[in-house]
Design a protein around this ligand. Structure first.
Ligand code: SAM
Length: 245
């Protein structure tokens, strides 16, 4: 329900004011983010003017003569820490130009990103996604600027870029007009606390493995019923934790 409501509100909003979502990604490795946004759905969303993705190279904000963006950790120990100055300058500049719904830091100790969070944030307009590296960023940046700390799972990546691409993708595909068929996102896993049912395409018979007859019947009521049953069955066996009453 939340998703349908959000989709409708964004439709209404886009229709009345036409305001594309804007995502600013802050990174020391901008080249890592080139490919995810230059193909398929994410590229089309930008071409259609439904979203703007801006990648900012934090190194270009560094006032250090060698463009350094990291330093030793106070207290010693292995690993460098990303310094305050380039990040603060970049965020200050962006904030002086517009208001942001959320300034998110990609971090394994953040709140785990999920579909309900993506659904509710897809209503927003402007987001900053900050990618860390090394041992992470100076804690004071988190205290002063970050409004949401996001993890994409309980494992550690080398940098926040892949996490930022995951978060951005899951937001962008929810913007009305991005997917060719609006209802497609509604039937994906995690909407309505269910996993998606199995899907099939041609051939109808592959090495003796037949597609369930109902899917070839043309009876849409029966097909819907079958899909709901399969979605429930699959959720019960694979992810009982997401099932609600
Ligand atoms: N020292 C940090 C810790 O143990 O929590 C890990 C730093 S990690 C090597 C470098 C960067 O990768 C992080 O600052 C963060 O931006 C990103 N990162 C790593 N794992 C992540 C995850 N599960 N979700 C989101 N970002 C992650």
């Amino acid at each position: 329900m939340v998703f349908i409501w959000n989709t409708w509100k964004r439709f209404e909003y886009n229709f009345l004011y036409f305001c594309p979502m804007r995502i600013d990604i802050l990174t020391i490795l901008p080249q890592l983010l080139e490919s995810p946004f230059s193909d398929s759905i994410l590229k089309r969303a930008q071409t259609k003017g439904l979203v703007e993705v801006h990648i900012h190279d934090l190194r270009s904000y560094s006032t250090n003569k060698h463009k350094k963006v990291d330093d030793y950790a106070f207290g010693g120990g292995a690993g460098m820490v990303m310094t305050i100055q380039p990040i603060a300058d970049c965020i200050d500049e962006l904030k002086s130009e517009r208001e942001y719904d959320e300034i998110m830091y990609m971090t394994p100790d953040g709140e785990v990103w999920d579909q309900p969070t993506a659904n509710s944030l897809s209503m927003g307009e402007n987001f900053i996604l900050l990618c860390g590296h090394y041992k992470g960023i100076d804690e004071r940046i988190r205290e002063k600027y970050i409004t949401k700390e996001v993890s994409i799972g309980d494992y550690v990546l080398s940098g926040g870029e892949l996490a930022a691409a995951v978060v951005a993708d899951s937001l962008i595909r929810l913007i009305p007009g991005v997917l060719n068929d609006e209802t497609s996102a509604l039937t994906d896993s995690f909407q309505d606390n269910l996993l998606a049912p199995p899907v099939y395409t041609r051939p109808a018979n592959y090495e003796g493995m037949e597609v369930p007859k109902v899917l070839l019947s043309g009876n849409f009521k029966e097909i819907e019923k079958w899909r709901s049953e399969k979605a429930l069955e699959r959720t019960k066996t694979r992810r009982p934790d997401i099932l609600k009453d």
